[in-house]
Design a protein around this ligand. Structure first.
Ligand code: NAD
Ligand code: LMR
Length: 329
């Protein structure tokens, strides 16, 4: 018997990430090749015509798993009974900007959407915030949704998976090992240049990757800045922010969360439970193992002095961002 469709809300459906994302969701790459989906597409009133165009193309793919589509400019409609939400819609940065420069422009979007999710979504909805600055936007949405007391606010997450994937590729290049051989990587903290990509625990077919790299100067002077500033490098090269790789990371994040990471670590920005001395509720990138639709933070990793310093820098930035939006909450 075929499964009941899952309702997936996607915001910013007419945008460039949306265009890379929706076809993959409808083809079963995110929730599985046997899982029908209903797409609930949100964008601004002026983008509705473009959303209709995307829907026409989705129809023209004749995806067997696409069980329905709704286009709307009303968040209360978009999130109604949604079981998964990908909050992509927000302004991207341009050259010379940092992601946190978007905070004042984008933050309000996430109070409105957090309220709609809090009132109308499925109580166990899984939320991934992609729109930048994604950790703090996820925090805003979570805090707003919390006021309605209906949805599981542990399920508000921010996207660090693109940083995780970027770090994997850099490490594969440096060690000459395949990306798929690399396990136990984590990117701590904020999706910003302060993020701390940490390969101290990383293994490649059982070999210790830190020992394979054996180059602390490469770590601090090449690896960390390359991963941390990759978004800006792409904006510089493309004239637009990353889209296909961001959509790919969003698919990875939700797929692993729903279908399980098979014991592997994945980086997710999740509301802190106080582990690693990160204040509760801050959306912070941590290593997670996912199983049965739930994530569990990998606990009790040793944090050395270099790592603690890096983790504190990225935490302080998140605390500053939180302070900057407190009036909205
Ligand atoms: P885009 O400008 O191409 O598309 C954004 C879309 O969002 C537009 O269609 C716009 O109309 C819509 N939108 C704006 N406000 C909205 C609202 N209130 N409700 C619904 N829709 C709304 O941008 P993009 O390239 O698709 O990027 C979207 C966001 O994702 C940006 O903030 C970007 O910085 C961020 N991003 C995050 C990551 C990450 O790793 N977390 C990676 C890449 C991009
Ligand atoms: C990225 O990391 O590519 C995105 O967050 C877009 C950006 O502004 O860098």
């Amino acid at each position: 018997m075929s499964k009941a469709p899952v309702r997936v809300a996607v915001t910013g459906a007419a945008g460039q990430i949306g265009y890379s994302l929706l076809f993959r969701i409808a083809s079963g790459e995110m929730l599985g090749k046997d899982q029908p989906v209903i797409l609930q597409l949100l964008d601004l009133p002026q983008a509705q015509k473009a959303v209709k165009g995307v829907m026409m193309e989705l129809e023209d793919c004749a995806f067997p798993l696409l069980a329905g589509m709704v286009a709307t400019d009303d968040p209360n409609v978009a999130f109604k009974d949604a079981q998964i939400a990908l909050l992509v819609g927000a302004r991207p940065r341009g050259p010379g900007m940092e992601r946190k420069d978007l905070l004042t422009e984008n933050a309000k979007i996430f109070t409105v959407q957090g309220a709609a999710i809090g009132q109308y979504a499925d109580p166990n909805i899984k939320v991934l915030v992609v729109g930048n600055p994604c950790n703090t936007n996820a925090y805003i949405a979570m805090k707003t949704a919390e006021k309605f007391g209906r949805v599981n606010t542990k399920n508000f997450t921010g996207m660090l998976r693109l940083d995780h994937n970027r770090a994997l590729s850099q490490l594969a290049g440096k060690t000459g090992r395949s990306v798929s051989s690399l396990t136990k990587l984590v990117v701590w903290g904020n999706h910003s240049p302060t993020m701390y990509a940490d390969y101290r625990f990383c293994l490649s077919n059982g070999d210790n990757v830190k020992a394979l790299v054996n180059d602390d100067v490469w770590n601090s002077d090449t690896f960390l800045p390359t991963v941390g500033k990759r978004g800006a490098a792409i904006i510089e090269a493309r004239g637009l922010s990353s889209a296909a790789s961001a959509a790919n990371a969003a698919i990875d994040h939700i797929r692993d969360w729903v279908l399980g990471s098979n014991g592997e670590w994945v980086t997710m920005g999740v509301p802190s439970d106080g582990s690693y001395d990160i204040p509760e509720g801050i959306i912070y990138g941590v290593p997670c193992i996912t199983e049965n639709g739930e994530y569990k933070v990998v606990k009790d990793l040793e944090i050395d002095a270099f790592s603690r310093e890096r983790m504190t820098v990225t935490l302080n930035e998140l605390l500053e961002e939180r302070e900057g939006v407190k009036d909205l909450l």
